[in-house]
Design a protein around this ligand. Structure first.
Ligand code: BTN
Length: 252
């Protein structure tokens, strides 16, 4: 149940049948006025869904969740951007874990996996004011009722593919809002150690022998030992411990 210290993620909800991108709409909305904190832009279909970096987010119209949450984390120093990313990922992970069996983990930095397959992606776009946060758009795409995926996507999965059931999207969305709010309120309350520790406890391949590929193509075996406060991945291998930024390493 929501207590008085709530923000009511999703209380204001713009529900579109189609948009180019919910993150883009949220950006335009923020440029035009100041939506309530927790306001959500949701779309049944996106024609130009954005993924991490230069990638696109592809999602079959009407079958999945694609939404963006607007937050104002003024309380957070800009250097803590990874903590915010961890917080959103934990909310999304808990949400997925409450509906599907199997191991639900966060693949660094913030993909959500069911066993060895990606069920959800997160695209966070922040603006800063000096050394503090000003706005945050947390864009979340979750594969729900889609069961067939384009061949070029490496390892997709959905709720339906992993359970054999179909799901009511509006109901799921409400549950996602509660999970996100729970973790965001922890961040706001300063429960940062719990966030860092729970993130590691749910990190895909944490402390497990695995193979990785560097950006230069070299392959190595190692174990993820942690993430830095700046969000770099730490992997221990035969030559010691190495730090990686996004795009500097991939999982094999
Ligand atoms: C990724 O894994 O590459 C991130 C995917 C993020 C997709 C979501 S869907 C809702 C929101 N709007 C977008 O255009 N992208 C994010």
């Amino acid at each position: 149940m929501r207590n008085s210290n709530t923000l009511l993620i999703g209380k204001v909800l713009l529900d579109f049948s189609s948009l180019p991108s919910t993150n883009q709409y949220a950006q335009e909305w923020l440029a035009a006025e100041r939506p309530d904190e927790g306001a959500v832009v949701s779309a049944r279909a996106q024609t130009q869904g954005k993924g991490q970096g230069t990638t696109a987010w592809e999602s079959e119209p009407g079958r999945n969740i694609a939404l963006s949450v607007i937050l104002y984390p003024y309380f957070l120093p800009a250097v803590s951007h990874f903590l915010l990313s961890q917080t959103i990922a934990l909310g999304a992970r808990d949400f997925v874990a409450s509906y599907v069996p199997g191991q639900v983990t966060i693949k660094w930095p913030n993909d959500i996996y069911i066993n060895n397959r990606k069920v959800a992606g997160i695209l966070i776009q922040n603006t800063l004011n000096g050394s503090r946060f000003q706005t945050c758009i947390a864009g979340i795409g979750i594969n729900v009722n889609q069961t067939e995926f384009p061949a070029h996507l490496p390892n997709p999965v959905s709720f339906a593919a992993s359970t054999g059931s179909t799901f009511e999207l509006a109901e799921l969305r409400e549950s996602l809002f509660l999970c996100l709010e729970e973790w965001y309120l922890k961040l706001k309350a300063g429960e940062t150690e719990q966030i860092r520790q729970t993130y590691l406890n749910n990190l895909y391949r944490f402390r497990t022998d695995a193979r990785f590929r560097r950006a230069d193509g070299s392959i190595f075996e190692g174990r993820i030992t942690g993430v830095t406060d700046q969000g770099r991945l730490l992997i221990r291998h035969s030559d010691g411990e190495e730090h990686f930024d996004l795009k500097e390493v991939s999982f094999i």
